[in-house]
Design a protein around this ligand. Structure first.
Ligand code: NAP
Length: 293
């Protein structure tokens, strides 16, 4: 068996087209979706990620603006900026680019964002809604993973899903999304015993560790016919690679994501979808057709 490639780049491009039509419709009925991003400091990877988010916004027809604060900005300054964007009725969504410089309390800053504009879905209110199955703004990477599973019509109900990651950004929200679709979900982390024994049972295996070369998902960790989704982004010798030993695993898996070109583009497109969802909700646009995937 050779796995079918889950081509996130292509799925994201197709979704982008639909989002473009949705943004056009919104503008016709007088709603101008806009995302405001905040960068604190000048972290190089953050700048690259932000550039791709602004590019996607432009391609879809979502207005976007970036606010850069100095890397030594005090918490009060960041809070003040968030407050002003919260009350700016022209802003539909606010994205605080992570990670923040160490002296800032990231959790407190995220909580400052109005839940209605929290397009990363990371505030306690949106996370809580997710637990109760009532979320409209869902963290982008987990939504992107679900979007890929949906696009490729991967059965989820009754399947055994294993997630290697328990962060608030990836593992925890993904656990709830998979559970809501009736998967049997196991969440693993650095203290999990017998990881190999657990991953070998997975019908759907999702890895987001990001500790290459110390950690990788090898051929023996994957059962025949499993769907393997690689969320991780590791920079090794200047090259972007995931957790999964792609060459070793793909002959065994039924579906597999590449890195780059898998979950990454889906994350960006889900941020755009969340911006449209937020704009539609803020303006009471019940007939808007987002979310899509
Ligand atoms: P993180 O907070 O560092 O989470 C890493 C997780 O891996 C933790 O739960 C950790 O366990 C677990 N882990 C570490 N070593 C392990 C081991 N030997 N065995 C099993 N589990 C182990 O990072 P994150 O923010 O969630 O991101 C994870 C990865 O996803 C990174 O590579 C990041 O770049 C990537 N990412 C990609 C996208 C995208 O759009 N493609 C978006 C977000 C993140 P503990 O909890 O016990 O420490």
């Amino acid at each position: 068996m050779t796995a079918t490639l889950m081509d996130g780049k292509s799925v994201a491009a197709q979704t982008k087209q639909i989002l473009r039509e949705e943004a056009e419709y919104m503008k016709k009925v007088g709603v101008e979706p806009k995302i405001a991003t905040i960068l604190v400091g000048d972290d190089a990877p953050s700048k690259v990620y932000l550039a791709s988010k602004h590019r996607a916004a432009e391609e879809i027809g979502i207005r976007s603006e970036n606010h850069t604060l100095s890397g030594i900005a005090k918490e009060g300054e960041v809070a003040e900026l968030i407050d002003s964007l919260n009350t700016d009725s022209s802003v539909s969504g606010i994205l605080l680019q992570l990670p923040l410089p160490q002296h800032l309390d990231g959790r407190r800053m995220i909580e400052r964002i109005s839940p209605a504009k929290d397009v990363d879905g990371l505030t306690s209110e949106n996370m809580g809604r997710l637990v109760y199955g009532q979320a409209s703004l869902i963290p982008c990477t987990p939504r992107g993973v679900m979007g890929l599973l949906h696009f490729y019509k991967i059965p989820i109900a009754g399947q055994r899903a294993v997630i290697i990651n328990r962060s608030a950004l990836v593992g925890k929200p993904l656990f709830h999304l998979l559970l809501a679709e009736d998967a049997t979900v196991t969440v693993c982390h650095s203290k999990s015993r017998d990881l190999l024994g657990i991953t070998r049972q997975a019908d759907i295996l999702i890895s987001a560790v990001g500790r290459r070369p110390q950690f990788s998902v090898t051929r023996e960790m994957v059962r025949d016919g499993a769907v393997v989704i690689d969320v991780a982004m590791n920079r090794v010798a200047g090259k972007l690679i995931g957790d999964v030993d792609f060459e070793g695993v793909s002959p065994k898996a039924s579906y597999i994501t590449p890195v780059p070109g898998g979950v990454g583009p889906m994350t960006v497109i889900m941020l755009m979808e969340n911006t449209l969802v937020a704009a539609a909700k803020q303006h009471g646009l019940k007939e808007a057709s987002v979310p899509i995937l």
